[in-house]
Design a protein around this ligand. Structure first.
Ligand SMILES: C[S@@+](CC[C@H](N)C(=O)[O-])C[C@H]1O[C@@H](n2cnc3c(N)ncnc32)[C@H](O)[C@@H]1O
Length: 367
């Protein structure tokens, strides 16, 4: 049995020898893990050049590698190196007690895929014959809020068909190994119609591709994943789903709002603000309400709930772009939230949370 030792590289010096596309993949992954990265290579491939210019997210030593390059390193990778170069690097690393990435390659050779939890570092090409579609929930936006299984599927993909709200930062880690198609945005900024997305999934799977449909949150919660699965099944294309962390619960959590809380709310209703609102039912519901896609109708929703008998002082929290650097939180109540959101200039994508759970941590002594 293979055993793994997890090495936290956050803030630690790592060295990537070589400037090719495989090195670019390693660099993306290491930067995403928070490592300090030095690339030692006489030249950089296009992808590394782009990363170096935006502004430089890693150090570049523009020459062939020398033993002293490993002096302050914790970890070294040389994915583009020849066998002879690797042997030299192994020797220098051993003298300095530096970890070498080649262990990962050995595990892969053994086919021990299930225990490999750092799959994003390596593109695991499709191993089955015939195409397939996997609907992967990408979580609410942060690259590390996708599931381990979702990340593994991404690493296996031949093509990733992605959305505006998916964690697209992760896709950089795939480098040149997978084709990426963004159906959330065309050059004219119009989303691709659902029927065309369905056709694309089916067409690519029929070509034999391992197709990952990467979506924000969970594919089956207001994500049209059910439609995509039905379309694939009707076409006879194998399809499966990998659930994701839904923004309906994760966006409130980002603002320290538990959607249920003992003694405050024992249930939560999640609704789409795009569709017909059953106002009497919502007004009568005494537990938490989470509205997705509701920002365009926030004022109308708040006014109609109050008219239908919900107290105007019912607290409301709006969480915009949760778990991303653009996250913003606006609080108020049914009477005030629409004005506060307008003053703050907050729009889509946001989750609206209605109910006393939004105040749970306001009232706690230790904050
Ligand atoms: C088409 S729905 C998709 C929901 C997705 N399937 C899920 O489970 O999160 C898009 C809506 O989800 C909400 N949403 C998605 N990501 C969000 C985030 N990071 N922060 C706040 N709301 C988000 C917004 O209400 C947005 O309009």
């Amino acid at each position: 049995m293979t055993e793994f030792v997890a090495l936290d590289l956050t803030g630690r010096r790592t060295v990537v020898v070589g400037g090719g596309p495989r090195s670019a993949q390693r660099v993306s992954v290491l930067l995403a893990e928070g490592a300090l990265v030095r690339v030692v290579a006489p030249a950089l491939c296009e992808e590394l050049q782009a990363m170096y210019a935006e502004p430089a997210s890693f150090d570049w030593t523009a020459r062939e590698v020398e033993p002293a390059d490993l002096d302050d390193a914790w970890w070294v990778a040389a994915p583009d190196a020849t066998v002879a170069e690797r042997a030299a690097i192994d020797g220098w690393a051993a003298q300095r007690r530096v970890f070498v990435e080649q262990q990962t390659a050995r595990v892969l050779d053994q086919g021990d895929l299930d225990t490999l939890v750092t799959e994003s570092a390596i593109s695991l090409r499709r191993m089955e014959a015939g195409g397939k579609v996997v609907l992967v929930g990408g979580g609410p936006g942060a690259d590390d809020l996708i599931t381990v299984r979702g990340r593994r599927e991404l690493a296996r993909a031949d093509v990733v068909i992605t959305d505006r709200l998916a964690p697209v930062g992760l896709l950089r880690a795939l480098g040149s190994t997978a084709e990426i198609i963004d159906v959330g945005k065309t050059p004219h900024h119009h989303p691709v119609p659902q029927a065309e997305i369905n056709d694309l999934l089916i067409e690519r799977a029929r070509r034999g591709d391992y197709v990952v449909r990467l979506k924000g949150g969970d594919p089956f919660l207001l994500g049209r994943g059910g439609e995509e699965m039905l379309a694939c099944r009707a076409a006879g294309v194998p399809v499966e789903v990998v659930p994701g962390v839904t923004s309906a619960f994760a966006a409130p959590a980002a603002a320290d709002v538990p959607v249920t809380h003992r003694g405050v709310a024992h249930g939560v209703l999640v609704i789409s603000g795009h569709d017909d609102l059953d106002v009497p039912t919502l007004a009568a519901w005494q537990q938490t309400i989470v509205v997705l896609m509701g920002m365009g109708r926030l004022r109308e929703l708040a006014v109609s709930l109050v008219r239908a008998g919900k107290p105007g002082q019912t607290p409301v929290t709006v969480v915009h772009r949760a778990w991303t650097p653009e996250q913003r939180v606006v609080t108020g109540d049914l009477d005030t939230i629409a004005d506060r959101v307008a003053d703050a200039g907050v729009g889509n994508p946001s989750a609206i949370v209605i109910g006393d759970v939004t105040r749970v941590f306001d009232e706690s002594d230790d904050g």
